[in-house]
Design a protein around this ligand. Structure first.
Ligand SMILES: C=C1C[C@]23C[C@@]1(O)CC[C@H]2[C@@]12CC[C@H](O)[C@@](C)(C(=O)O1)[C@H]2[C@@H]3C(=O)O
Ligand code: AKG
Ligand code: FE2
Length: 371
């Protein structure tokens, strides 16, 4: 059962195996050898669907990450009218408060970009009109670095799971037609004076109306920055500044509890997406997470969503299917899954619509079923 509260559980002290407060930490440069690292990554993704990657070698201080953060901060500091030129989100582009097409909303503004150079160059024209290549160079540099880390983690997973083709997952996301995204979220401070600024900013836009979202009452203790959901893609890599807000839904002694993820600007937070859960026949779990944006300072986060090409067939790998672990999901394409996901609310457990047992009855798939 989901604890119906925005108050997360307290953290417990670190365990000997790198798990602190239920959140595993993986040292990507640990000396223990590749086999041990692969097992650690696979274990974290199987037990939690989530881990904190440290010493990853990407975006060290002053590097690609810092340059992207500076470009993003400069964009979000622009007057509302200038930002609106990069919106409304289609779903790509600049968005303010409204998330997706079905009435979800959060206390944030964002840029959502297709993570390939041609698409970034095109979008940059409306994001940095003075010098579009300045913005696209910074984004492309970051995407190149973070994609490399995503591939490394996916290869470790391939090894840790004992796949015949250990590079199966990483090949999906390096295909030239890969449908990966980069999202930059800016959560304004929750303090009243700034909140008014943000209200003004969002009023400028198209007058999008939103239904109450996510089934969570923000007055129960926090402002919903980004409502509860799982990420639909293969793997997500998140980096944020030093402002807390991210929470993950973890299982603790048979109960589901929201756990606060302490901010760590030097780390990447890695989470398993729906497609990886389907490809591993449910062995790895697509973790549900959300952002409670109650801090008095702005939170800036950047998420790389590693995805396959639209035509990729998502079917559990043979090694993941055994007599004791029969096929859980029917095969589908990423294009088919995307269509379903855009017809649903943010919090929907959309992968359940593809359960093998439910496959004979496809009446709910892609028809905008609401929870
Ligand atoms: C409400 C929605 C927004 C979303 C598409 C969806 O219909 C359901 C999934 C949402 C999500 C969550 C993770 C990522 O932030 C995102 C870009 C994605 O791929 O799926 C968003 C979508 C979005 O904001 O467009
Ligand atoms: O902004 C964050 O910290 C997380 C947002 C998120 O989960 C998402 O954009 O999918
Ligand atoms: Fe997410």
């Amino acid at each position: 059962m989901v604890v119906p509260s925005t108050t997360p559980v307290a953290l417990s002290p670190p365990r000997h195996d790198g798990v602190s407060g239920g959140i595993p930490t993986v040292d990507m440069s640990a000396p223990g050898g590749r086999g041990a690292l692969a097992r650690q990554v696979a274990r974290a993704c199987a037990e939690r669907g989530f881990f904190r990657a440290v010493n990853h070698g990407v975006a060290p201080a002053g590097g690609a990450g810092a340059r992207l953060d500076a470009a993003a901060a400069a964009f979000f500091a622009l007057p509302p009218r200038d930002k609106q030129r990069a919106g409304p989100p289609s779903p790509l582009g600049y968005g303010c408060r409204a998330i997706g097409f079905n009435g979800d909303a959060g206390e944030l503004e964002y840029l959502l970009l297709q993570a390939n150079p041609a698409a970034v160059a095109h979008r940059a024209r409306s994001i940095d009109a003075d010098d579009p290549s300045r913005f696209s160079n910074v984004v492309n540099e970051y995407v190149g670095a973070v994609r490399q880390l995503a591939c490394e983690i996916l290869d470790l997973l391939g090894e840790g799971l004992g796949l015949k083709d250990t590079r199966y997952f990483s090949k999906l996301i390096t295909d030239t037609d890969s449908d990966s995204l980069l999202r930059i979220n800016h959560y304004p401070p929750a303090c009243t004076i700034h909140k008014l600024d943000h209200d003004d900013q969002c009023k400028m836009k198209s007058g999008v109306r939103t239904k109450t979202s996510n089934g969570v009452n923000p007055s129960a203790g926090g402002r919903i920055g980004f409502g509860e959901h799982s990420d639909p893609q293969i793997l997500s890599l998140l980096r944020a500044n030093d402002v807390d807000g991210l929470q993950v839904l973890l299982n603790s002694e048979g109960k589901e509890v929201w756990v606060q993820v302490p901010a760590d600007p030097s780390a990447f937070f890695v989470n398993v997406g729906d497609l990886l859960q389907a490809l591993t026949n449910g062995k790895l779990i697509s973790v549900r997470h959300r952002v409670i944006a109650s801090a008095c300072r702005p939170r800036l986060s950047t998420i790389y969503f590693a995805a396959p090409p639209l035509h990729a067939r998502i079917s559990a790998l043979p090694e993941m299917i055994t007599t004791s672990s029969p096929r859980q999901y029917r095969p589908f394409t990423w294009a088919e899954y995307k269509k379903t996901m855009y017809s649903l609310r943010l919090s929907h457990s959309r992968l359940n619509l593809y359960r093998a047992a439910a496959a004979d009855d496809n009446s709910n798939v892609g028809k905008g079923e609401q929870e």
